[in-house]
Design a protein around this ligand. Sequence first.
Ligand SMILES: NC(=O)c1ccc[n+]([C@@H]2O[C@H](COP(=O)([O-])OP(=O)(O)OC[C@H]3O[C@@H](n4cnc5c(N)ncnc54)[C@H](OP(=O)(O)O)[C@@H]3O)[C@@H](O)[C@H]2O)c1
Length: 362
Amino acid sequence: MPTRFVTRPSTSEPGAPDPRLATGETLRWGVVSTGHIAHVVTAQLCALEDAELHAVSSRDAERADAFAREHGARSAYHDDAAGTGVEHLAADDAVDVVYLATPHAQHHAIARTLLEAGKHVLIEKAFAVTAAEAADLAALARARGRFLMEAVWTRFLPVYQAFVDHVAEGAIGTPRWAQADLGMRATFDPDSRLWARDAGGGALLDLAVYPLTWTAAAFGLPSAIAARGVLAENGVDALCTLDVGYPGDGRAQVTVSFTSAHTRSATIGGDAGVVRTLGSLPNPTGFTLTRGDDTREVRAATPAPGYTYQLREVTRCIQRGEFESATMPLRDTLAFMRCFDDARAQLGVRYPNDDAPPPSLR
Ligand SMILES: NC(=O)c1ccc[n+]([C@@H]2O[C@H](COP(=O)([O-])OP(=O)(O)OC[C@H]3O[C@@H](n4cnc5c(N)ncnc54)[C@H](OP(=O)(O)O)[C@@H]3O)[C@@H](O)[C@H]2O)c1
């Protein structure tokens, strides 16, 4: 029987209540960023019974105020002569936990400031730019006894957990190979978050965690990676293919890009069948299971909006005094970050963060 590589979160247990319902005392949240995903996730955060949006921080006063007004935050912090918005938010004793959604290159420095101030932190993917930054944050969170997690929301979706169940219960026999791809056509703009070197741009860091999340359902964590790609004129990867080896004989091929249309799907083949996701890879509607000539569809209801499930996990862990999620452990984040370092070395992609190692390594 194949192994279940991803621990089931409470939100996917049979008969689990709506993830918006409270599981304990109310947590007071801060949000760092006023960008695209910060708006989407904060709206879903505010729907949790036991979440209070306490503060937002931005580099800019007007953006901070507008975000606070829109989502009902009590405090709006911004950069000023006395410090950065992040420093002001970190100094606010009323904030328990912070959702950090800036570009990748800023994740490490900002998360460090927050952890040192005693906040629990949920960091958007990519968790950091380098494996050294990721290891530094994991060590700091453990040393300070604070919760830390990468916001890989897909892991907490009922559809993902149903997919993991099918693979682990032998629906396709022993998994042998996987293929997964994700991407979109994005016009090259060296100043945008997606492409800028000083933002940690490039398809690998932005997208690869999603296909690797699906191949992890079959094989767990990678043991070897071979990367090829196409670089943009500023040296970040526009397209990247990963040939991934796993302990045992499992193999996966992963493609991510900003250059093209994608199937945005994952397929896993075993010696008795094949599973293939339906809908877009980060948030599919279901999957097909094919054995011989028989194909059937499996759908998993997602009654709450998609980001709610990871927000429930963060909340539940903190309420119980747990500093890591068993479903999205730091071990997995560190393993993926080491893969990305390795892949970037093969592609020849370097960022300013590579030349500024974290304090623990200086
Ligand atoms: N989970 C998902 O589905 C999902 C989807 C999209 C993106 N993401 C991730 O979320 C993060 C943000 O992506 P996004 O699309 O929301 O980006 P975005 O719209 O560009 O927003 C990023 C925000 O970060 C702040 N920021 C920008 N540059 C900064 C800097 N140098 N230092 C500090 N703060 C800076 C800005 O807010 P202020 O100007 O107010 O400071 C900006 O609005 C990335 O890690 C990305 O990979 C996740």
